[in-house]
Design a protein around this ligand. Structure first.
Ligand code: UD1
Ligand code: MG
Length: 457
């Protein structure tokens, strides 16, 4: 399953606000927390994707000048609100309200640092608030270690009295394991007036959105609590939590592939981005990384140590311990071990790319073989051509890159050097160590430095 695939049951009339303007200093990083990449998406992008699955309306993402780059990294369409200064979660929501169309009445607020959150939980929370008739509802979970979270104080009937942030909590309150998930459903009109009454925290000076819980209680309409699984709701505030979230997300993605018949030999070491498509009966060996918009065909085997980025590999291929980027591989191709297929390659069916071969922006027509230790850059290789060990296309003269054409059924000897734009004709051959400075015509055999024709067609 692509975890972000849209379900048919998207709820109408609810707009999600995703808070992503905070810096996230506990990550100890130059990069703002919500921008950190997690299996192919920035952390906040997972929350946006869940909201897009949950609701029909366009979500609003709150960004600060520091996190503005997030907008360009999101895959769906969103509205952007700006929070000029990180004055706290309540201030962030206030900024979002300013960006909302007047027609919006019902809101879901989520934090951009809870990447495991699901559309189902978002919808459950909205449903619980609607059912209760309360203006505000929150999601909570039982934390094994509640450190860092707001603790949920409850009344006898289980509704919420208040949320106390860690730094404001007494020792007794800190012992409470029920924590605020940072996910809320709220009525817009109530929110607008309630935000106006929030005062800065004495401990941090920030405006806490969590003060709304006490406000709802004081008005006699206490917030109902929806409990969710900790694994979905744990926030990411430091590198430890980030690694835990990545592992949980990997597990969720890989479970989807297993359900659909992909042979993942070791789901704990295969890292597969959320956007990757894999056909049933493909085999993914341990320690494989599949990145970006990669597609893997049926019965194709991706061997240990391979890293495939934004590439299409059709059915019945074998890739052993190799790196493939931005390329398209047709069916029944055999690659590696230790080959590097760089961006812009088009490899037709039944080709072989062997040990330590490097290809860049190169087309191999069907049945071509590049066995060992070769470099082909900006080359066009004809059907069934056999590229001998150590064949190099010198495609760059220091100023410009030029193409090399190698004809169908050509055969290059070991260590052939082809200086572009010189090429090799159909069925032509070169001896070992040949340096090709001018075109070798079809059917001819050439040897030496520089190449001389020893056999005409
Ligand atoms: C917040 C909650 C806490 C809850 C926890 C759940 C508050 C005051 N506390 O704490 O009760 O247990 O989430 O994970 O809300 N953000 C902004 N602008 C700001 C500040 C934050 O957009 O000025 C965004 C951040 O980018 C982040 C989210 O809001 O995505 C939460 O902020 P964070 O600083 O992580 O709050 P927590 O301390 O985790
Ligand atoms: Mg947080």
């Amino acid at each position: 399953m692509n975890p972000s695939s849209r379900g048919p049951e998207r709820l109408k009339g609810v707009t999600a606000i995703i808070l992503a303007a905070g810096v996230g200093s506990r990550m100890q990083s130059q990069v703002p927390k919500v921008l950190h990449q997690l299996l192919g998406r920035p952390m906040a992008g997972w929350v946006v994707a869940a909201a897009n699955d949950a609701f029909a309306e366009t979500s609003v993402v709150v960004l600060s000048p520091a996190t503005a780059a997030l907008e360009g990294l999101l895959d769906g369409s969103v509205l952007i609100a700006e929070q000029p200064k990180p004055l706290g979660t309540a201030d962030a929501v206030r900024c979002a309200l300013a960006a909302l169309p007047p027609s919006v009445n019902e809101l879901l607020i989520a934090c951009g640092d809870t990447p495991l959150i699901t559309a189902g939980l978002m919808r459950n929370l909205v449903a619980a608030r609607r059912e209760s008739g309360a203006p505000f509802a929150l999601a909570a979970f039982e934390a094994e270690d509640p450190t860092g979270y707001g603790r949920v104080i409850q009344s006898g009937d289980g509704s919420a009295v208040s949320v106390v942030e860690e730094r404001d909590a007494s020792e007794t309150q800190r012992a409470i394991g029920t924590v605020n998930a940072g996910l809320y459903a709220v009525d817009r009109a109530w929110l607008t007036q309630a935000l106006g009454a929030i005062k800065p925290s004495k401990a941090s000076g920030e405006l806490y959105l969590t003060d709304l819980v006490a406000a709802a209680h004081a008005e006699g309409t206490p917030a109902p609590i929806v409990y969710g699984p900790a694994i979905e709701l744990e926030g990411v505030n430091d590198r430890h939590q980030f690694a835990d979230a990545a592992a949980a997300l990997r597990e969720r993605i890989n479970a989807g592939h297993l359900d659909r018949g992909v042979a993942l030999i070791d789901p704990t070491t295969a890292w597969i981005d959320g956007q990757v498509n894999i056909a049933a009966d493909a085999v993914i060996e341990p320690n494989v990384t599949l990145i970006g918009t990669t597609t893997i065909g049926a019965r194709t085997r991706i061997g240990s140590g391979s890293r495939i980025e934004s590439s299409t590999i059709a059915e019945d291929c074998v890739v052993r311990s190799s790196a493939i980027e931005g390329s398209s591989i047709s069916h029944s191709v055999d690659i590696g071990p230790f080959a590097h297929v760089r961006p812009g390659c088009l490899i037709e069916a039944n080709c072989h790319i062997g040990n330590f071969a490097e290809l860049k922006a190169t087309n191999l027509a069907s049945g071509a073989k590049v066995g060992h230790h070769s470099y082909l850059g900006d080359a066009v290789v004809g059907e069934r051509a056999n590229i001998g060990a150590g064949t190099i296309t010198a495609n760059y003269d220091g100023e410009r890159k030029q193409k090399t054409h190698i004809g169908a059924d050509a055969f290059t000897g070991v260590g052939t050097l082809i200086v572009a734009p010189a090429g090799i004709g159909i069925g032509a051959k070169t001896g070992a160590g040949t340096v090709v400075l001018a075109d070798i015509p079809d059917g001819c055999t050439a040897v030496g430095v520089p190449a001389r024709i020893i056999r005409e067609a």
